[in-house]
Design a protein around this ligand. Structure first.
Ligand code: ZN
Ligand code: ZN
Length: 304
C-alpha cells in the first residue's frame, strides 16, 4: 500500500474523537449534550459509538461547523484467546447483530456498509496478535491509546502490540480516542488530527481509510518529511510543538530517540534509516509525557 503523507495533502486539519458513548448505552450525557460538549471544545467531528447500537440519526446532532458520524461499538464473541471483542465501527448506518455473529461476520458486515472498523483498547481486553490473526486486513486501525482505560487502570497504551502487528501482520493505523463515558472527565484526553478535503463524512472516511491522520494526547506534529533513499536509507524529518523527545520507532530495536537538552525542548528532529527498520513511526513526547503518534511508514512502500 502506497504511503500517504497527510502533511503533503491539500485540505484541512480536522480534530475529532472516534469513540464516544452516550445515555443510549453506558455514557453519562445524552447524544445532544455529548455532541454540544465536543463542539464547544473546538472539535470538528465526533463519531457516536454506543455499545451494540448504531446511531442512525447521528448527523442530526451536527452543525455547519461540526460533523457527527454514525457508528457503534460492537461485541462479537472471541474464541481466539482474549476477552470479547470491542470493535468501533465508523460510518455504519444499519444495525448489526454482533452478539450473534462471529468476528469475521461482523467485520464483513461493516465493510459491506462502507464502514471502517477499529480494534479498540487491546490491553484492557487482554488481546494479543492471536486475537487479530483470524481476520487480517479486515480492520483499518487499532487504538494505540484509549483515554478512559488509561484513566481507570493505566492500560490505555498499546504500543507494544502495535509494533508486533506492524512487524508480523503488516500495516494497521494507530488511533487515540477518549472512549468518553463520564460526563466531563473523559473528554479531551486523546484525539485524531485528520487531513481531509472538507468537513463531510465522505472526505473524512476517505482520509481515515488512507491513513491521512495522526493521533495525539496534545503534542502537535507540524510537519513530517519522508524522502526515500538508496538501500533503504530513507530520511525522516519531523517538526512539532516543543518536545522533550522524538522517537523514530522501527521494528524491534531499530530506529532512534532524539532528546532535548536537560530542561529544554526541541521542535525538530531527523533520522536517516540504516535499511534495517522495515517501518518507521514517529512519536513526539512532551515534557509532561503526553504523546503524539504518526502512522507507520513502511520503507518498502517508498519509491526510490
Ligand atoms: Zn470498549
Ligand atoms: Zn467504548
Amino acid at each position: 500500500m502506497a504511503f500517504v503523507n497527510p502533511f503533503r495533502l491539500p485540505g484541512h486539519w480536522l480534530r475529532g474523537n472516534t469513540h464516544t458513548h452516550t445515555t443510549r448505552s453506558d455514557g453519562e450525557l445524552t447524544p445532544e449534550a455529548r455532541c454540544a460538549q465536543y463542539r464547544e471544545r473546538g472539535y470538528d467531528f465526533l463519531v457516536l459509538t454506543d455499545h451494540d447500537l448504531v446511531a442512525g440519526d447521528a448527523e442530526s446532532f451536527g452543525a455547519e461547523d461540526f460533523l457527527v458520524v454514525p457508528g457503534a461499538e460492537l461485541h462479537p464473541s472471541n474464541p481466539n484467546g482474549g476477552d470479547i471483542y470491542h470493535i468501533v465501527c465508523i460510518n455504519i448506518r444499519e444495525q448489526i447483530d454482533a452478539r450473534n455473529l462471529s468476528v469475521r461476520e461482523v467485520l464483513e458486515a461493516v465493510r459491506a456498509q462502507g464502514g471502517l472498523a477499529v480494534m479498540t483498547h487491546p490491553y484492557f481486553s487482554g488481546h494479543l496478535l492471536g486475537d487479530y490473526e483470524p481476520v487480517p486486513g479486515m480492520y483499518f486501525a487499532m487504538e494505540v491509546f484509549n483515554g478512559i482505560v488509561e484513566r481507570v487502570n493505566r492500560t490505555g497504551s498499546a504500543e507494544l502490540l502495535w509494533d508486533a502487528h506492524l512487524d508480523r501482520m503488516g500495516c494497521v493505523f494507530g488511533i487515540a480516542a477518549d472512549d468518553a463515558h463520564a460526563a466531563e472527565i473523559d473528554t479531551g484526553r486523546a484525539w485524531l488530527m485528520v487531513r481531509a478535503g472538507d468537513l463531510s463524512i465522505e472526505s473524512l472516511v476517505e482520509a481515515l481509510r488512507a491513513g491521512a491522520f495522526y493521533a495525539t494526547q496534545g503534542p502537535v506534529i507540524e510537519n513530517l518529511e519522508v524522502e526515500a533513499g538508496a538501500g533503504g536509507r530513507a530520511r525522516f524529518r519531523v517538526t512539532s510543538s516543543p518536545a522533550a523527545e522524538v522517537r523514530f520507532k522501527g521494528r524491534t530495536s531499530t530506529g532512534t530517540v532524539v532528546c532535548a537538552p536537560e530542561g529544554g525542548a526541541i521542535t525538530e528532529a531527523e533520522y536517516i534509516c540504516t535499511g534495517a527498520e522495515k517501518y518507521i513511526r514517529v512519536v513526539v513526547v512532551d515534557r509532561e509525557g503526553k504523546r503524539a503518534w504518526s502512522n507507520p511508514v513502511f520503507l518498502a512502500d517508498l519509491a526510490t
